[in-house]
Design a protein around this ligand. Structure first.
Ligand code: DAH
Length: 344
C-alpha cells in the first residue's frame, strides 16, 4: 500500500509538471484528488486495514495529498503568472511611436469669405441678421417696390413653391423684415449673409443657388456719401489699400438713386486687361439710397429717415480675390480645390 501511494505521488507530480494550461491542471486535480480519485479511495478503505497499519497509511496518504495539492497550487500560480506576462507582452504599447496623422476638415472657402466680410462690417458697427430662404412674395418683391406684374421681377427668375411662396431670389427681403422688426423708430445697421436661388442654367458664372450679403443702414441723415465711405472702406480692407472704387448710375426698384460699384482691376491697375475686359474696372456690387416707398412700407417716415442699401455676391468676390474661374467650384466641393484656399 505504501509503495502504491508513493507511486501515485510520483505519477501525479509528473502530470502536474506536464500540465500546460490551467484546464490541464484542473484535470490533474480532479483525477488525483477528486471524490473518485485514488487517494480518496485509499482513505475510504482505511477501515479495512489493521489497527497498526491504519495510522501509518493514513499519515502517508495525507502527506501524499498535501504534496500533490502543493504542487498543483505552485503550478497554478506559475501558469497564471505566465499567462499574465503573455497578455502584458501582447498588449504593450510603444509610446515612443509617432502618432498617426488625423485628417481634419476645414471651413469652406465661401464660409471664410463670408466670415471675413462679416468681420469687416461688424468693425463698422453693423449687426448680422438672418432671414428665411423660403420667402413670401410680399417680402421678396412687394415690400421692395416690386408690385405684382412689375417688369423688373423678370430680372430675377424665381423658383416658386406656391403663388405666394418662393425661394428668395436675393437677400434684400431681410431689409424689409429688419425694418419691420424695428418698427419705424430705431436706426437699422445690419448686414445679412445667406443663400439665394434663381432659375438660371448653371455655367461658369451662373449658379441656381449662390450667396449674397445684403447691407442696410437707415437713420436720420444718412447720405450717399455715407454709402460711398462705407463701401470704400470695405473695398480697401478686403481687396487692398491700393484699390480704387467708383460708383456708376444703375437701376434697382428698391433704391433711388441706384448705383453699381466697381473696383479698380488688380491685374492692370486701371490700364485695361483681359480680366477687366479692357475697362480697368470690375463690378462687385449693387446699391443705392433706400427708395422712400420701401422705407414707408416698412414703417419708416421717409421725411425723417433715410438710408442706403447694397448687395454683393461673395462667390464673385472670392473669384476676383483668388482668381477662381468657375463658380461651380464652390459647390462641386472637390477637396483638391478647397484645400488650396484653406487658411487653417
Ligand atoms: N438685390 C439685388 C440683386 O440681387 C442686389 C442689390 C442691389 C441689393 C441694390 C441692394 C441694393 O440692397 O440696394 O441683384
Amino acid at each position: 500500500m505504501q509503495e502504491k501511494l508513493q507511486a501515485l505521488q510520483t505519477e501525479a507530480l509528473e502530470h502536474v509538471e506536464q500540465a500546460k494550461t490551467l484546464a490541464d491542471l484542473q484535470n490533474v486535480r480532479v483525477s488525483y484528488l477528486g471524490k473518485k480519485g485514488p487517494i480518496t479511495e485509499v482513505l475510504r478503505g482505511m477501515g479495512k486495514l489493521s489497527p497498526e497499519e491504519r495510522p501509518v497509511i493514513g499519515e502517508l496518504a495525507n502527506k501524499v495529498r498535501e504534496a500533490i495539492t502543493e504542487a498543483l497550487d505552485t503550478k497554478k500560480q506559475n501558469l497564471e503568472e505566465a499567462a499574465l506576462n503573455e497578455q502584458l507582452k501582447s498588449e504593450t504599447i510603444d509610446v515612443t511611436l509617432p502618432g498617426r496623422p488625423v485628417q481634419v476638415g476645414g471651413s469652406h472657402l465661401l464660409t471664410d469669405i463670408v466670415t471675413e466680410i462679416e468681420d469687416l462690417f461688424i468693425g463698422m458697427g453693423f449687426e448680422i441678421k438672418e432671414g428665411p430662404e423660403v420667402e413670401t412674395d410680399y417680402y421678396n418683391f412687394e415690400a421692395l417696390n416690386l408690385p405684382k406684374d412689375h417688369p423688373a421681377r423678370d430680372m430675377q427668375d424665381s423658383f416658386y413653391i406656391t403663388e405666394e411662396l418662393l425661394l428668395r431670389t436675393h437677400t434684400s427681403p431681410v431689409q424689409a423684415r429688419t425694418m419691420g422688426e424695428y418698427k419705424g423708430n430705431k436706426p437699422v445697421k445690419m448686414i445679412c449673409p445667406g443663400k439665394v436661388y434663381r432659375r438660371d442654367t448653371d455655367d461658369a458664372t451662373h449658379s441656381h443657388q449662390f450667396t449674397q450679403v445684403e447691407g442696410l443702414y437707415v437713420d436720420k441723415d444718412v447720405r450717399m456719401s455715407d454709402l460711398k465711405g462705407v463701401l470704400n472702406q470695405f473695398a480697401k480692407q478686403f481687396f487692398g489699400e491700393e484699390r480704387e472704387i467708383r460708383l456708376r448710375p444703375s437701376f434697382f426698384p428698391f433704391t433711388e438713386p441706384s448705383v453699381e460699384m466697381d473696383i479698380s482691376c488688380k491685374v492692370c491697375h486701371g490700364e485695361g486687361c483681359s480680366v477687366c475686359k479692357k475697362t480697368g474696372w470690375i463690378e462687385i456690387l449693387g446699391g443705392g439710397m433706400v427708395h422712400p416707398d420701401v422705407l414707408e412700407m416698412a414703417g419708416y417716415d421717409p421725411e425723417v429717415y433715410s438710408g442706403f442699401a447694397f448687395g454683393m455676391g461673395p462667390e464673385r468676390i472670392a473669384m476676383l480675390k483668388y482668381g477662381v474661374d468657375d463658380i461651380r467650384h464652390f459647390y462641386t466641393n472637390d477637396v483638391r480645390f478647397l484645400k488650396q484656399y484653406h487658411q487653417a
